[in-house]
Ligand binder design. Structure first.
Ligand code: HXC
Length: 510
């Protein structure tokens, strides 16, 4: 008996060392943790249960029959984050560069299937060189199986990808189909084909970082939803995100004890809006003052900064926030902002997370660059996403809500449940100056006359009361009571139930 127990210990130790001490040291020298070290930081202490530790590849070509390492380049299993079950796979770069073989893919698929069956979130930690080059088509088949599971689980359980090293070739499409992608600065990069192939095909010379580093993917391409300084920070932030998310699309919202009084008023908000309507102010201040403890997990914070998206809590329960940011491009809606917010709104709707929308939007961004870039379809994505969402939708218009953008930003007309406006709100077809200049074109030559016309338009329309008279706004509220009003509205809407007509699925303007 003792021999068998010792044999198990010996085999486990061999598996845990992965590709060996030399490769572990090389991993550390790059500032990266190993797969198992990462899992230990991500999960509650001692909660990880590993599966398939002894799986090995079955390849024989290129001398592979003599190179077998238990685990085959990916560590899989389950554990808990603050007591809640999550499934995890972590690519082990020390074993064949974390590359994906047939057996490696089978391990991933098993964990994906278990996560779906048990309706628990799954997180993948990526650090790998793509398809196992020695295996060829078996690896491609494996990727296909992984992709199929990603799509099947989409909208049922949250799927999160954290890129912590190379992520290339076949490895990129699984993260791309998950709900969120995060990266680690300087040590991670993501691309379909690397710098060498790029050089051969297009003759461009680029570095890994320029082609697919965290700074590119969080700003330009918007592939990544956020980036962190190092492995530890990234993993700790993933715990924070998982805490905010329901386990599946039928689970209750996570709820934690709230120590922030929702009845308290905040007088500082009464002076948030500057006297001059063209002056910016920081919408984040309102977000932080509305959420519990000012705690906000921002999504896509570095991309399309004219709109803010992210999660927080009100009275201990998760809420998704979408807000125009007057500090950037005056908070205008452009293609990037529309796509960013649309995807966020759809995530919230999948997982029954109420959406709180703060509106200060001067309209859609005019110009050929936007129109040629498909602004109509991108704007329609946001309109479609909000309209389709059946979760509680609470809207607060703080200042401008002009034109089509008024309709789009969770207005009453597309299913806003509770629509508030501050007394500073201006709900109109367009700003007073633009409106007067079109209506009274003949007065343009006379600055005094046109100023009077602008004033007239302002007095008539630059307020929330015209919309409130029609019931488009449920109540004009004091800025200082925003948190209280939002908390009450969320309480009211806890049992909201709404069904859409049966359809196979919709046809969102992709
Ligand atoms: C097998 C691989 C591997 C791979 C790396 N290794 N990638 N083994 N298959 N795809 C091994 C290396 O041989 C090496 O083994 C160890 O992992 C570490 O690799 P290094 O090159 O020494 O590391 P580094 O310098 O950090 O470079 C990392 C890298 C590079 C940039 C990822 O290894 C690389 O370019 N790999 C190939 C990437 C690639 O072209 N993949 C195929 C993509 S095609 P030793 O024994 O020395 O430690 C694809 C198509 C699928 O994925 C499409 C499906 C839809």
């Amino acid at each position: 008996m003792k021999d068998v127990l010792e044999e198990l210990d010996r085999r486990r130790d061999a598996a845990r060392i992965g590709g060996g001490q030399r490769r572990i040291e090389a991993q550390h020298a790059k500032g990266k943790l190993t797969a198992r070290e990462r899992i230990a930081v991500l999960l509650d202490e001692g909660s990880f249960e590993e599966f398939d530790m002894f799986v090995q590849h079955r390849a024989t070509d290129f001398g592979m029959a003599d190179q077998k390492i238990s685990g085959d380049g990916v560590v899989t299993g389950w554990g808990t984050v603050n007591g809640r079950v999550i499934f995890v796979f972590a690519k082990d770069f020390t074993v064949f560069g974390g590359s994906l073989s047939e057996a490696h893919a089978e391990k991933m698929v098993k964990i994906q299937d278990m996560a779906l069956k048990n309706r628990a979130p799954i997180i993948g930690l990526f650090d790998a060189g793509g398809a196992r080059i020695q295996e060829g088509v078996a690896a491609l088949g494996g990727y296909g199986e992984v992709f199929e599971r990603n799509v099947r689980a989409s909208g049922v359980i949250p799927q999160i990808s954290l890129i912590m090293g190379p992520c290339a070739g076949g490895d990129v499409y699984s993260p791309a189909m998950t709900d969120f992608i995060f990266m680690v600065r300087d040590t991670s990069y993501m691309y379909v084909t690397g710098p060498d192939v790029v050089k051969t095909v297009t003759n461009e010379t680029v570095t890994h970082e320029q082609l697919g580093g965290a700074s590119i993917h969080t700003t330009k391409s918007s592939i990544a939803d956020g980036a962190f300084e190092n492995d530890i920070e990234a993993l700790v932030e993933m715990r924070r995100l998982i805490d905010l998310l329901p386990s599946n699309n039928q689970a209750d919202l996570p709820e934690i004890e709230c120590h922030h009084d929702a009845e308290a008023i905040d007088k500082s908000l009464d002076t948030l809006i500057p006297d001059n309507a063209n002056k910016p102010y920081d919408m984040k201040e309102l977000i932080l003052k509305t959420l519990d403890e000012g705690d906000f997990f921002e999504i896509q914070g570095a991309h399309a900064k004219n709109i803010i998206t992210g999660f927080g809590r009100v009275e201990g329960r998760t809420v998704g926030v979408v807000a125009n940011q007057p500090m950037v491009l005056a908070g205008v809606l452009d293609s990037d902002a529309s796509r960013k917010a649309a995807r966020f709104v759809r995530f919230c709707d999948c997982f029954n997370i109420p959406i709180l929308t703060f509106v200060d939007v001067p309209g859609f961004l005019p110009g050929t660059a936007q129109e040629y870039g498909g602004l109509i379809k991108h704007g329609a994505k946001l309109l479609f996403a909000y309209t389709q969402a059946t979760v509680p939708k609470i809207t607060v218009i703080t200042r401008k809500a002009y034109g089509g953008a008024y309709d789009v930003m969770a207005s009453k007309h597309i299913g806003g449940d509770i629509n508030y406006a501050w007394p500073t709100a201006e709900i109109a077809v367009m700003g007073a100056k633009g409106a007067a200049e079109i209506l009274y074109r003949s007065d343009l030559a006379d600055p005094e006359r046109i100023a009077v016309r602008i004033k007239e338009y302002e007095t008539r329309f630059a307020n929330p009361f015209v919309a409130a008279e029609r019931g488009y706004i449920d109540e004009v509220i004091f800025p200082h009571s925003t948190r209280r009003r939002v908390a009450r509205a969320l309480r009211l809407l806890r049992n909201k139930h709404m069904e859409q007509p049966w359809k196979k699925h919709d046809n969102i303007p992709l």
